[in-house]
Design a protein around this ligand. Structure first.
Ligand code: SF4
Ligand code: SF4
Length: 306
């Protein structure tokens, strides 16, 4: 069995329990910070930077001013459009500790593999009973690949099933380090068109397509997941192309994930603009069903959700 460095540290912004959507059985999802993409619709904008992010919820703020006094960087005050000046904030969390109402929260905590395994152990019984396990998400788990590798190795040492959700955007070194310890790769496909991909994610899909082929060769099992976004890829022709892409890789299953607007409010809390546009509404399930039928017509397996 591979030796594990339990002291390896990484930046994590959430550990979600009892998920049934991100791999088989009941799972715990460990969310790692850091992503090389910046998708317009990203529902976890707090995941994009590796550094901790302070979120400010104006609805909960009573204006007591305790945070202003606590901040040694002078980063908080009514003169800032979103309360916190992010160019001055160093993510120390002092303001969060004194806020009496929970209006301020810190997203991103440095944790060791050992600390995370202790948290995950609470649910080991459910993993065993349901055939579930642990899924690494983000962000992009390949960004903090040394940490991801040690965490996955530690999960395997516990006998747990492992999965990652990935954009497939990472270095060869990262892919070769991480994929051998993963039972299931949930790999995004956002657009087959390089121009569209660059416009909506900030990066071309050239490297992703190359990496996707490498990942499929190395992995035990890969499922392609399509965040289905109106104005970006929610067209029948695009789903024909995605199905052809899956087949060319030798992947037999595609998940259609309907766009939802649940992440919108987080942008305001981070002082970021929501460039997707508030007029774009969640994709209804019956429209997603049309795309499922397109994928099925190519002889592939397909579910809505997943
Ligand atoms: S996290 Fe630290 S630096 Fe940032 S606003 Fe709060 S107290 Fe200031
Ligand atoms: S400490 Fe919390 S409630 Fe008080 S002003 Fe700051 S954000 Fe608002």
């Amino acid at each position: 069995m591979a030796t594990v460095n339990y002291q390896e540290k990484g930046v994590v912004f959430d550990i979600q329990r009892f998920s049934v959507n991100d791999g088989p059985g009941i799972r715990s999802i460990v969310f790692l910070k850091g992503c090389p993409l910046s998708c317009l619709w990203c529902c976890n904008p707090e995941s994009q930077r590796i550094e901790p992010d302070v979120m400010y919820d104006q609805k909960k703020c009573i204006g007591c001013g305790k945070c202003m006094k606590a901040c040694r960087q002078g980063a908080i005050g009514p003169e800032n459009p979103s309360w916190v000046d992010r160019t001055k904030c160093i993510g120390c969390g002092e303001c969060v500790n004194v806020c009496p109402t929970g209006a301020l929260t810190l997203k991103g905590e440095v944790m060791s593999v050992n600390e995370i395994i202790q948290v995950l152990r609470r649910d080991a019984h459910y993993f065993r009973k349901s055939g579930g396990g642990v899924t690494l998400s983000g962000g992009e788990p390949l960004t903090q690949w040394r940490f991801a590798r040690e965490l996955l190795k530690a999960c395997k040492a516990q006998g747990w099933d492992t999965a990652i959700e990935t954009t497939a955007y990472g270095t060869d070194e990262a892919i070769e380090a991480v994929i051998p310890y993963v039972d299931l790769v949930l790999m995004d496909c956002k657009s087959t068109d390089p121009e569209v991909h660059k416009r909506v994610t900030g990066v071309s899909n050239e490297k992703i397509r190359k990496n996707a082929a490498k990942i499929v060769k190395m992995a035990n099992k890969v499922i392609i997941r399509v965040p289905t976004i109106p104005t970006v890829n929610a067209f029948e022709e695009e789903f024909h192309r995605i199905a052809e892409f899956a087949k060319s890789l030798g992947v037999d299953t595609v998940h259609v994930l309907p766009y939802h607007t649940l992440g919108e409010s987080k942008y305001e809390m981070l002082g970021k603009a929501y460039t997707m546009g508030y007029e774009i509404k969640s994709l209804p399930r019956d429209e997603a069903e049309v795309f499922r039928q397109v994928v099925l017509s190519h002889g592939l397996n397909c579910v809505v959700g997943g």
